[in-house]
Design a protein. Structure first.
Ligand SMILES: Cc1cc2nc3c(=O)[nH]c(=O)nc-3n(C[C@H](O)[C@H](O)[C@H](O)COP(=O)(O)O)c2cc1C
Length: 233
């Protein structure tokens, strides 16, 4: 599969078969994480891999109280003007627990968060550890797609992250990105329609936003009164 085919095929799957993902394939996917760019040359990633539905059920126990609320949320999220988004929510919200268990493979990707705490960044670069972790995660999603697998992740909400970190006895300074499930998609897996994007409309060369915050203007860009820096330094 060439790179652009992998990019096309990468979708968020929430319905899995129980076919097992081999250790060999898992290793390839985790290996892809270590090929991603990383701040400070660190790559301080650790992966807790949970196999078997019973074991997964124990690890995700802290999620159960929120799951009922998620199902109710479908009725509360009213973005009826956005059909694609509603179709996704209607499918996704009731599946948040089941989708983590069905394939029998749950991964908790941990990263080392140094300097300021994850939830108390002092400047944009404080988020570099988190950003690097997400670069690694995207590589894993693409590697999984390349192997004919589907993936989905649940982002911990409220106290879920702390509760799960406690279960796996995560040391101080380690955070996990998400609860990631990888597996062979079910035959009847549902995939919501993706938004149609016209790429050319999103590229604004030598342009600035106009004051309406919607349009772009090249004349405004060209009349910028900023002294340019030297390209030699
Ligand atoms: C930061 C982020 C958080 C997400 N959180 C969840 C989640 O908690 N549960 C879920 O089912 N999907 C989650 N998704 C998946 C999105 O719903 C999905 O990527 C989006 O609907 C586009 O569909 P596609 O991935 O098939 O292209 C998340 C995606 C991102 C990038």
């Amino acid at each position: 599969m060439d790179l652009y085919e992998v990019l096309e095929k990468r979708r968020t799957y929430r319905d899995f078969s129980d076919r097992e993902v081999s250790d060999e394939i898992l290793e390839k996917i985790v290996g892809a994480a270590f090929k991603a760019p990383t701040n400070d040359h660190l790559r301080q990633l650790e992966f807790i891999v949970v196999r078997g539905r019973e074991n997964i059920a124990k690890v995700i126990a802290p999620l159960s109280k929120n799951m009922a609320a998620f199902k109710e949320l479908v009725f509360e999220v009213d973005d009826s003007g956005d059909k694609d988004k509603m179709e996704m929510f209607t499918d996704a919200l009731p599946k948040q627990q089941k989708m983590l268990m069905d394939s029998g493979l749950l991964i908790l990707p941990f990263f080392r968060q140094k300097q300021s705490p994850l939830l108390k960044p002092v400047e944009q670069s404080s988020l570099n550890y988190f950003a690097s972790a997400w670069c690694a995660l995207e590589n894993m999603l693409l590697a999984a797609t390349h192997k004919g697998l589907g993936a989905v992740f649940h982002i911990p909400v409220s106290d879920e992250a702390d509760a799960i970190k406690k279960i796996v006895n995560a040391p101080e300074g380690y955070e996990f990105i998400c609860l990631l499930t990888i597996g062979y998609p079910a035959e009847n897996a549902f995939l919501p329609r993706q938004k149609e994007i016209h790429v050319k409309d999103r590229i604004h060369t030598n342009a600035c936003w106009t004051n309406d915050g919607v349009h772009f203007d090249t004349n405004a860009f060209l009349s910028l009164s900023v002294s340019p820096v030297s390209s030699n330094s």
